[in-house]
Write a protein that binds this ligand. Structure first.
Ligand code: SF4
Length: 337
């Protein structure tokens, strides 16, 4: 078991398989920056399926048992089910999941399940059609995402987690509708406090709806009670409906930081290892891999990075903001949420 300087073990690996996305959510990939002429990573710079599977095997040897495939939008990566198959066969990977915006999911859900995917998380910020069109930056309506969720359920990828980023003045007045829609379905809506990810979303504190406020809004109509985490380091705070009709989650990175239990490593599309969502720089794993490093050498590189890890950005956010010289952060679309 590999631990960092704060005693946190290496347990979860998030892998970004593409830096491209079919959405342009302003809080992640604003269209005015990521326009038609934006240059995404060329094919030869992104990790191949074989390289991703090899790195996953090495991380599993260091204690990783949960793997999440992300992007950009991972369903844009061609033949993704072949990678899922490879990762599902890695010894030690007990939990294999994927985060998607769901827009291309309906025709692919069964194929991903058959390839070995265990669970799935679908991003759906609101059911309000007009606001959804704004929040995905492409004017798409939510129908295909809901079809994707239905197809994932039919394929047996349940319970499905549904992630909703809550922004003050944008969609907070629609979050109760979203909770009500999935109440009793077995699926778990997780409301995420709006975060200062990357460097381009113009984040401000007064755009954050605190987790407690989110819970109070739902509780007022559908009474809730807090429940224990499923496992140490679980990101979401869990609440169940008193009438037994399921549960919701709230991810409170801003008002209730959870860095003390953070066991997540991230690999970017071009093979850099990041030890925090808000990190400023990563360590290339792709280059030593392509320079012929063997598994023992790769294991040593990763173990050294993790054991020297000190990240706890969310706990330091306020102090860093006060210093006015917070360093540039990696963009979320490069490493996934
Ligand atoms: S801010 Fe960084 S260290 Fe803290 S929980 Fe998030 S990823 Fe982990």
């Amino acid at each position: 078991m590999t631990t960092d300087t704060l005693g946190r073990r290496l347990h979860d690996l998030r892998i970004s398989v593409t830096d491209r996305c079919n959405f342009r959510c302003p809080y992640c990939m604003p269209a005015e920056v990521f326009g038609e002429s934006y240059k995404f990573l060329p094919k030869d710079e992104i990790l191949t399926f074989e390289e991703i599977a090899r790195l996953t095997r090495i991380f599993a040897g260091l204690g990783v048992s949960k793997v999440r495939v992300t992007g950009g939008e991972p369903l844009l990566r061609t033949d993704l089910h072949l990678l899922i198959q490879m990762l599902a066969n890695v010894d030690g990977v007990e939990d294999l999941t994927l985060t998607t915006n769901g827009y291309m999911l309906a025709p692919r859900a069964q194929q991903l399940k058959d390839a070995g995917l265990k669970r799935i998380t679908v991003s759906l910020d609101t059911l309000d059609e007009e606001i959804f069109r704004q929040m995905n930056g492409r004017g798409f309506d939510p129908t295909r995402v809901l079809d994707g969720i239905q197809a994932a359920e039919t394929a047996g990828l349940s319970p499905i987690k549904i992630n909703s980023v809550v922004q003050k003045g944008v969609n907070e007045h629609t979050l109760v509708d979203l909770a009500r829609h999935f109440k009793g379905t077995g699926h778990i809506v997780r409301f995420i406090e709006y975060m200062d990810v990357g460097n381009r979303n113009g984040w401000k504190w007064d755009q954050v709806v605190p987790a407690q406020e989110i819970v109070d809004l739902i509780d007022a109509e559908m009474p809730l009670e807090p429940v224990e985490s499923n496992y140490p380091g679980e990101v979401a705070n869990r609440y169940r409906y008193l009438d037994g009709q399921g549960e919701i989650g709230v991810i409170a990175s801003v008002t209730q930081p959870f860095c003390a239990g953070c066991t997540r490593a991230r690999i970017s599309t071009d093979g850099q290892l990041f030890t925090c969502l808000f990190a400023s720089r990563g360590i290339s794993l792709r280059d030593p891999l392509r320079d012929g490093a063997d598994d023992a050498q790769m294991t040593e590189i990763i173990a050294k990075v993790w054991s020297n890890r000190t990240d706890r950005y969310s706990e330091e956010r306020t102090d860093l903001a006060a210093t006015q010289n917070a360093p540039q952060k990696v963009e979320m679309y490069q490493i996934g949420g």
